[in-house]
Design a protein around this ligand. Structure first.
Ligand code: ZN
Length: 61
């Protein structure tokens, strides 16, 4: 099980969302969907590939 919480990306964000999945890629995809909807300003100017790489690198067991 891999996971990544919104607060780990930005501690200033008041959000309790945590993406979970079997692989880092799965977690990254879920986090990307969430961030695009809920925190679009946080990823302004970033491409999907950049976001996936960033979230995959931060996902952890
Ligand atoms: Zn969030």
């Amino acid at each position: 099980m891999m996971k990544l919480a919104c607060k780990e990306l930005n501690p200033a964000i008041n959000c309790s969302f945590e993406a979970r999945g079997n692989t880092a890629a799965e977690v990254a995809k879920k986090m990307m969907t969430h961030v695009k909807l809920q925190h679009p300003d946080e990823v302004k100017g970033k491409t999907d590939d950049e976001m996936m790489a960033m979230f995959e690198a931060k996902a952890h067991a």
